[in-house]
Design a protein around this ligand. Structure first.
Ligand SMILES: *[C@@H]1O[C@H](CO)[C@@H](O)[C@H](O)[C@H]1NC(C)=O
Length: 308
């Protein structure tokens, strides 16, 4: 499993020593081969600053209502003892795509998917509740994509994770990075992901060989992967883990795979904590003015292409 980036322990050897077979700890998550996102393009992407016994950890998340952030479950689990972090150990950075300009708010509640059982990463999703934010140009809410995501679909991953596979701390960027990824074939991905049937299940698998040199890396965990439909971005996945068939978790290997939690698969879990779109509906007018995104016809915050 990609682990959160542990700032005090980062050397390359650590990333290599920990494989997807191991317990949760700093492995491999990364925006590599990407570029700096346009300021203001991802106002719903947040950073997570985690206080751990070993130091501080970095992950990301996405605002899906005015008080709920979706992230990876492994980001909010203590990597050493495997227990849920207390909300007091989790701070959410908002308001800028430059990390050093963000303001941080405390987590009030953390909900991990009830079936998440490390080291199996099939249900790698958690929700963090904060005090309600007031949407503005720099902070607002993402809509979730609920349509099919077939092989060869291009997705955009973002994050503040490492920008080179063995770069360690020195390669953690201040500005949010983004890169494209390509959804892999069922035949290839089922070799890598146990039980993988298609990218319409709980996970989306991408193959590095379809777009060489571009990948997520340590520190990108939990951050969103987006699909663009008619010029608008929708949250499709969460960065979870990656490696090659030999279990080498080095980021951006030519024969590597990336695995992303498919958010819309977890609609009932999300709805058990927050009805997505409830609060958003009240803000839709404001959101439309800000970004030109039209509200879904059913106004529920879920873009479902199948309805078209
Ligand atoms: C988290 O915040 C603390 C206090 O501001 C800072 O020292 C640390 O570097 C941050 N950690 C990460 C991973 O950004």
């Amino acid at each position: 499993m990609y682990s959160l980036l542990l700032l005090f322990l980062l050397p390359a050897t650590l990333g290599l020593a920990v494989s997807k077979a191991g317990k949760l700890s700093a492995a491999d998550e990364r925006i590599i081969g990407g570029f700096t996102s346009t300021i203001g393009e991802y106002p719903y992407v947040v950073s997570l600053n985690l206080t751990l016994p070993e130091g501080s950890g970095l992950c990301g998340g996405t605002l899906i209502t005015d008080r709920v952030i979706v992230t990876a479950a492994h980001c909010v689990i203590d990597p050493d003892i495997g227990t849920l972090l207390s909300p007091s150990k989790v701070r959410v950075g908002l308001g800028s795509q430059k990390q050093r300009q963000q303001h941080f708010v405390p987590a009030l509640e953390i909900h991990v998917h009830p079936t998440f059982q490390p080291p199996v990463s099939t249900y790698d999703i958690a929700l963090i509740v904060i005090e309600p934010i007031k949407p503005s140009a720099s902070v607002h809410i993402a809509a979730i994509y609920a349509g099919h995501i077939p092989p060869m679909t291009r997705l955009t991953a973002v994050g503040w994770g490492m920008t080179s596979a063995n770069g360690g701390l020195g390669s953690v960027p201040n500005s949010l990075q983004e890169t494209e990824l390509v959804v892999g074939s069922q035949a290839d991905c089922s070799e890598f992901v146990p039980g993988y049937e298609s990218s319409d299940g709980p996970q989306i698998c991408t193959e590095n060989k379809l777009l060489l040199g571009k990948d997520t890396c340590q520190g990108d965990s939990g951050t969103g992967v987006f699909i663009t439909v008619d010029g608008h971005k929708y949250l499709a996945g969460l960065t979870s883990y990656g490696a090659n068939l030999l279990g080498d978790p080095t980021c951006a290997l030519n024969d590597g795979f990336g695995v992303y939690t498919r958010v819309s698969y977890f609609r009932s879990f999300i709805d058990s904590v927050a009805i997505v779109g409830n609060k958003r509906t009240a803000q839709d007018g404001a959101l439309n003015e800000l970004d030109g995104v039209e509200a879904d016809e059913d106004n529920d915050g879920w873009n479902n292409e199948e309805d078209d």
